[in-house]
Design a protein around this ligand. Structure first.
Ligand code: FES
Ligand code: FES
Length: 160
């Protein structure tokens, strides 16, 4: 089966088993290894990407269902000249990243959430992170980093 969709702004043509999980196409054929495959069962969130603007676990998404869709991975989340999306930069500044396995998925989930909810409170951020497991860093510190990012955005909105 051939499936054509948009991947990080370019055309992606996949030929093969339509049940192939998107995470395997990304990592093994496109070498987009920022997307992590950890549990492969929809529990950890490490494989999260955006499909048509929504956060999706790519280990549970068969490529055969992607015809005509637009997929964005962590590699294409930053725009313009920026090396990192501002949320990635906020995590780096707060020094919350340890092994790093969870962070691409966490950034993808939270960036989609923050696009729809630009001024969440702490509890809403925690609820948005419920599908992303981190084995290293305390969750409170991650929430601190997100709230710092949110505060900076509100400051920009106030002074911009
Ligand atoms: S690898 Fe997809 S949810 Fe864990
Ligand atoms: S930093 Fe290691 S799993 Fe989150």
């Amino acid at each position: 089966m051939t499936v054509t969709f948009t991947l990080n702004g370019g055309t992606c043509r996949f030929h093969g088993d339509p049940m192939t999980p998107l995470v395997d196409l990304l990592r093994n054929e496109r070498y987009l290894t920022g997307t992590k495959a950890v549990c492969r069962e929809g529990f950890c969130g490490a494989c999260t990407v955006e499909v048509d603007g929504a956060a999706v676990m790519s280990c549970l998404k068969p490529v055969g269902l992607l015809a005509g869709s637009s997929v964005t991975t962590i590699e294409a989340l930053a725009t313009g000249e920026a090396a990192m999306h501002p949320l990635q930069a906020a995590f780096a500044e707060a020094d919350v990243v340890q092994c790093g396995m969870c962070f691409p998925g966490m950034v993808m989930s939270l960036s989609a959430f923050l696009r729809d909810t630009p001024a969440p409170d702490r509890e809403a951020v925690k609820a948005a992170m419920v599908g992303n497991i981190c084995r290293c860093t305390g969750y409170e510190r991650i929430v601190d980093a997100v709230m710092a990012f949110v505060a900076r955005g509100q400051e920009g909105a106030t002074h911009g």
